[in-house]
Design a protein around this ligand. Structure first.
Ligand code: UAG
Ligand code: ATP
Ligand code: API
Ligand code: MG
Length: 486
């Protein structure tokens, strides 16, 4: 048990009503999960205002309420603390409650529009191969050493992050690699954490539903590097236009990696094909069974991070050559001379990279057939862009549903179609049912052709109106190609 006054350390307090000398059993920012003796932190959200649930939290046994607006009537039996920001307060309280676990583990955060999951997962696997106990926080899954914990967000809320980090410390993990999303920076999910390093992959069009402008999105990502201290390193992709802007306000030691520009960590792509990449990193050739030129960036970022964390160059390069691809990222199968690729490309930039990669590494003039959709309740401006890119860089494109969530899938497809010029329109079909769309792509494919199913990668569900039904792109692709081959 901890005292409220101790977990409020570093919180910008405006007013206190009652005593902070009270023991607290738990912290919660959801009134529904408050337990007897717990503290409820009321947050103003995008959908509802947590202040409206203070009564409910008290009824469940809260002994203290942390809020931005004090209620009209305050029971004298419990403590009310008015703070400047409850999102900020939660982050500091969580760190204090779990004994600042980020101080006891080498924590590295990776941010950027694309490549975060790939980079942190490769780092997790690499450090395990180097003999360490490691933690992972990613879009796909969280790991406390070998123990799997379901991931609900790319970056969990500050309470969950600190809890997971404390479990990693208790399990003896020496390193943790985590994704830092732009939402997480804005919502203070990583505030107060001690990062040993921060990595920037790239920035392009995404999440403009949330951040409104591209400048605001850049500022959100930059905020992560501004948070890093003098004892940390920052590693940025020199080939990205925003490489330096990202680190502008950072006190961390700055390092750059690149494939094109001159940089501290330099990679040259010697060969790229459907079995992997032959790279020259720091003048050493290394073969990696991971497909796609964009992965040369991820692999170089992984290498540089390992070196900046003090690892041995040759040991790192050796381990790098035995890393497996990440689930749902350029996953490749071949059935009866037809190639199938499942990739999580759900942004215009990622889709363009994947399609360009496919065109670069195909051996002849095989047709590329792309199946793609866009998620509902997400950035609508990427819809026409993604359809345009898919059609421009494919021979045939089938527009379909992704996760429609609460939107009408047909309407999403209509918004995608706006991005097709008259030539591209001729290459496009629309089939709302994603399974049927994949089946049609398979039926159209002739020997040698390449089918790309983009947007859902590792996801094993399709979300329609709040219900997640089992859905697996690779399962359907494999099944259909096998059927046609039988
Ligand atoms: C847009 C967004 O980021 N929303 C996040 C935000 O929700 P919100 O502000 O809308 O919260 P709200 O529903 O209005 O509720 C306000 C407050 O009232 C509380 N409440 C609510 C109801 C109740 O009965 N009692 C109660 O106490 C809630 O717990 C909350 O504290 O705060 C919640 C709690 O931390 C998050 O779960 C939620 O993520 C939603 C589910 C989400 O979909 N987020 C996505 C967009 C996201 O975060 N994505 C990023 C990046 C993805 C990537 O590119 O990889 C990620 O990191 O995953
Ligand atoms: N370094 C990169 N540059 C450009 N595109 C990339 C890069 N790495 C991966 N991609 C593409 O982006 C897709 C998503 O990759 P990944 O899951 O690693 O990114 P992410 O940043 O974690 O995405 P999310 O924000 O959804 O969590 C991949 O399937 C691939 O198409
Ligand atoms: N982390 C991203 C993933 C998008 C994946 C795509 N399949 C979709 O559902 O839109 C998001 O939540 O915006
Ligand atoms: Mg991710």
């Amino acid at each position: 048990m901890k005292l409220l006054k101790d977990i409020l350390y570093k919180v910008a307090i405006l007013e206190v009503h009652g005593t902070t000398n009270v023991e607290v059993s738990d912290i919660s920012f959801d009134s529904r999960s408050v337990i007897e003796g717990g503290v409820y932190v009321a947050q103003k959200g995008l959908k509802v205002d947590g202040h409206d649930f203070i009564e409910g939290a008290i009824a469940k046994g809260a002994v203290a309420i942390i809020c931005e607006d004090l209620p009209q009537e305050m029971s004298t039996a419990i403590t009310f603390v008015k703070v400047k920001s409850t999102h900020e307060a939660l982050a500091f309280m969580a760190a204090n409650f779990y004994d600042n676990p980020s101080e006891d583990i080498q924590l590295v955060g990776v941010t950027g529009t694309n490549g975060k999951t790939t980079t942190v997962t490769l780092l997790y696997n690499l450090f395990k191969k180097l003999g360490y106990k490691v933690g992972l926080l990613s879009t796909v899954v969280n790991y406390i050493d070998e123990k799997e914990v379901k991931a609900t967000h790319t970056t969990p809320d500050s309470l969950s992050v600190n809890k997971l980090l404390s479990q990693m410390v208790a399990a003896g993990c020496e390193y943790c690699f985590m994704e830092v999303s732009s939402h997480a920076v804005v919502q203070n999910r990583v505030l107060g954490l001690h990062f040993k390093g921060g990595v920037f992959t790239n920035i392009s069009h995404d999440h403009l539903d949330y951040h409104k402008t591209f400048d605001e999105y850049i500022a959100a990502k930059r905020g992560f590097f501004t948070q890093l201290g003098k004892d940390s390193f920052a590693l940025s992709n020199k080939d990205d236009k925003r490489a330096e802007v990202m680190l502008q306000e950072s006190k961390a030691k700055k390092n750059y990696y690149a494939v094109k520009a001159a940089a501290d960590f330099k990679c040259k792509i010697m060969e790229s094909n459907f079995t992997g990449l032959l790279l020259k990193i720091d003048d050493q050739e290394v073969w990696c069974p991971i497909i796609g030129k964009f992965n040369a960036y991820n692999l170089t970022a992984v290498y540089a991070t390992a070196i900046l964390l003090g690892q041995n160059k040759i040991e790192v390069l050796t381990a790098l050559s035995s890393l497996r691809p990440v689930e749902g990222r350029f996953e490749y199968i071949r059935v009866n001379d037809i190639s199938g690729i499942v990739d999580y490309a759900h942004t215009p930039d990622a889709l363009e990279n994947v399609l360009k990669t496919i065109k670069e590494i195909r051996t002849g003039n095989e047709q590329v057939i792309t199946v793609v959709g866009c998620g509902g309740d997400r950035d609508t401006t990427k819809r026409p862009l993604m359809a345009g890119i898919a059609a421009e860089l494919s021979d045939r494109v089938i527009l379909t549903s992704d996760n429609p969530r609460t939107e009408d899938p047909q309407q999403i497809i209509e918004e995608m179609k706006v991005g097709l010029d008259p030539v591209n329109k001729k290459k496009a079909n629309a089939i709302t049912d994603r399974k049927e769309a994949i089946r049609m792509a398979c039926a159209l494919a002739k020997s040698g052709d390449i089918i790309l199913v983009a947007g859902k990668g590792h996801e094993n569900y399709q979300e329609i109106n709040g219900v997640r039904n089992h859905f697996d792109d690779m399962e359907i692709l494999q099944e259909t190609l096998n059927e046609l081959n039988a």
